[in-house]
Write a protein of this length. Structure first.
Length: 330
């Protein structure tokens, strides 16, 4: 009799286990990704973040088995793209390639209804790259000291462009001006590509540009490169001095682009794990590393906790600099 009851109990257990639904998050994570992934860039095409996103997209396709579609959503100095991701379904199919501007926004805009620490999940750190001070060929300054002297001789007479108010290029130029003791008029654009294009056209005097964006224009003689923001000279632009070599001492903030991958808050850990592993694999491939080296982007993969700590550190440092120099939104 006991054996009959045992068989009945076993059959009932099988029936109940088959009838119970598998948790949606578990099933989703197990099968992720099953369709193309959108990688959002919050600035227009041609800028540093856009360049990096497109450089890595094909390698991620190989690592994930699904296409990565880079989508530009510029506007409101990054806020449109950031909030689009933050309010998307946290399923791993809408991601954000973001840069220092995320941290800068928290010090510059005190009343915006956006908090990257609370509304975004960090996935992994991706890379970093220095910036280069670029000027129009029409400007009568061929070295960093000459540029500083020219700016001092014409107070508020020079202007500079950026990828928008609160962008990395905007604030790094502000750090440079504070260190050099000069002033210039800020002219914001919707992306780094547009910002440097008008310097090349002679409409704008200067810009702090990512090396991946500026390198080709410098080589072709369309713009002049004067100095790099890194602590050491760039292997891509070895003839250009650092700001410090040019006599400019800057504040204690990171004067390089850094990039991280984020998703909406609440993504399943298994999905974040798969994405992080795919980025680690892609960034380790010799082909991608070689392509990035040619434009002076250093692949610097690190897991989510490192990116989370870096974001918090950058928010604190940039907020301190912005408040100390009373930088306001124009």
């Amino acid at each position: 009799m006991s054996s009959v009851l045992h068989r009945i109990a076993f059959a009932l257990a099988l029936f109940l286990s088959a009838a119970l639904p598998i948790p949606a998050n578990f099933a989703h994570a197990q099968n992720f990704p099953e369709r193309p992934i959108r990688l959002i860039v919050a600035f227009s095409a041609g800028g540093a973040t856009d360049v990096l996103a497109r450089q890595i997209a094909n390698d991620l396709k190989d690592a994930l088995g699904q296409p990565i579609v880079v989508e530009n959503r510029p506007g409101a100095n990054g806020l449109i793209g950031w909030t689009h991701v933050a309010t998307s379904e946290p399923d791993g199919y809408t991601l954000l390639m973001a840069e220092n501007a995320l941290a800068i926004s928290q010090g510059l805009y005190k009343h915006i209804n956006f908090d990257p620490v609370r509304q975004l999940d960090p996935v992994c750190l991706v890379g970093n790259a220095p910036l280069v001070l670029v000027t129009s060929t029409k400007l009568k300054a061929n070295t960093l000291p000459e540029f500083v002297a020219l700016a001092k001789a014409t107070p508020a007479g020079l202007n500079y462009s950026s990828a928008g108010i609160g962008s990395v290029a905007h604030l790094v130029f502000a750090v440079f001006m504070a260190g050099a003791g000069i002033e210039a008029v800020h002219v914001p654009y919707k992306g780094g590509g547009q910002a440097i294009a008008d310097v090349a056209a002679g409409h704008i005097d200067a810009v702090m540009s990512a090396i991946p964006v500026a390198r080709g224009l410098i080589a072709q003689g369309q713009v002049k490169g004067l100095a790099v923001t890194s602590s050491e000279r760039s292997p891509v632009l070895p003839d250009l001095p650092t700001l410090r070599e040019g006599g400019v001492t800057t504040a204690d903030v990171d004067l390089a682009f850094w990039w991280g991958l984020f998703g909406p808050s609440g993504m399943p850990e298994a999905v974040k794990g798969k994405l992080s592993a795919a980025f680690a694999k892609a960034l380790a491939t010799p082909q991608l590393r070689e392509r990035l080296a040619k434009i002076d982007i250093e692949p610097t993969f690190a897991p989510a906790p490192v990116l989370q700590a870096k974001l918090a550190h950058e928010i604190a440092n940039w907020t301190k600099f912005i408040e100390a120099h009373a930088i306001k939104v124009e």
